[in-house]
Design a protein around this ligand. Sequence first.
Ligand SMILES: [Zn+2]
Ligand SMILES: [Zn+2]
Length: 136
Amino acid sequence: MSPSLLERLQARGYRLTAQRRAVAQVLEGENVHLTADEVLDQAQALLPEISRATVYSTLQQFTEMGELRELSLDGRSKRYDPNIAPVHHHLVCESCGSVFDVAHGIKAPTLPAAQHHGMAITSAEIVYQGTCADCR
Ligand SMILES: [Zn+2]
Ligand SMILES: [Zn+2]
């Protein structure tokens, strides 16, 4: 298993205050794709005094450091993904907005050269849409 967000931050020698640690702890695990408000709720459960401003600025900082990915997949709120593996695809439930990761190594289909519009293609990401098991 690849190192978690908290382990990556520790490996970089990043100074983990109680607040930053709480945010990182909320974003542990597989298939974690939380909105900022969900992160806030869960971080406050760990550390009641943590403020909205701190949670939002910490999320932004982790994103700028390349340790979180910001996803806007379903046209709703942005979600934060601690899975920073170069390219991974997502499944999105059109009903509740749940997001799941597609295992690495599953490649997007190659785009025919006629569709490149002169671009050198470096990567592609797919969003699969449907209805999740809970919503069905
Ligand atoms: Zn659903
Ligand atoms: Zn993901």
